[in-house]
Write a protein that binds this ligand. Sequence first.
Ligand SMILES: *Cc1c(COP(=O)(O)O)cnc(C)c1O
Length: 332
Amino acid sequence: MALLEHYVKMILAAPVYDLAICTPLQVAPALSLRLGNQVLLKREDLQPTFSFKIRGAYNRLAQLSAEQKQRGVITASAGNHAQGVALAARELGIKATIVMPETTPELKVLGVRSRGGEALLHGPSFPFALAHALALAERTGCTFVPPFDDPHVIAGQGTVAMEILRQHQGPLDAIFVPVGGGGLIAGIAAYVKYLQPQIRIVGVESEHSNCLQQALLAGERVILPTVGTFADGVAVAQIGEYGFQICRQHVDQVISVSNDELCAAIKDIYDDTRSITEPSGALAVAGIKRYVADSGARGQTLVAIDSGANINFDSLRHVAERAALCTAVAQA
Ligand SMILES: *Cc1c(COP(=O)(O)O)cnc(C)c1O
């Protein structure tokens, strides 16, 4: 409980609303009807930069000393954290350098540059970009801003849970949270389990990057030998250390889903909101569908974190094709 209380205090004090907005928590009517449960979407795709990542990035940068701010910051990111850091740094007048893997969608690279960040493309995947960023931080004296493995980043992301509990007064049965490096779910689990421990916290991972599921099975933070990048926002090979400390005790269940289930969930979200999410952004909805099918849950109130909308327009053709196939199989 002492650990949770420590995080709850940091969450309550996080100055994220200098930059982030309190996003809507809205019913998904068609999905709710179809699943026989009330499904609520927490619309983090509507944040500036189109993902929740500005919460953690801003909270982390706000804690820097005047001297650290003066020297600048550096980070490595598959994309959304990069845009969050670039925007937060511009807001606070800090110089930001961001190292991204060469596979990063162009839209996310442009997102960094248009927000005044210096984007460097390096290496075939996140670990290479990370190593390069750490070496640069060492050499230049800039402060490294971790994408998920940091208490202030976790606390910033945890403000999502604070909003959900204020926005929904009635009982909630479960909150479904997409998992990459575990910053978002750790912040949410810390806040919810401290205040309302009866609410289930369910992590949802891509089956191609299920590093939390594997770590929980092994009882330690394993490194996945390969990581799929379709859900590029969660393409992480090892769960963060700070996040795992919370998740191993306070996450009730982890579900992993396929890329086709993600495509189908992007369509479900579109049908209910007329908004398009990126693959990682649709993880939680895909997780709810899987959970309801496996458990037979009925009449429950289930929240999905709709975490981001940064998808290249060109990828939509692939998503639409796969979603159509999934629906055809489901109806056969
Ligand atoms: C970063 C990200 C996640 C996962 O967050 P972690 O804190 O790394 O677990 C989920 N969805 C989107 C859109 C993201 O950008």
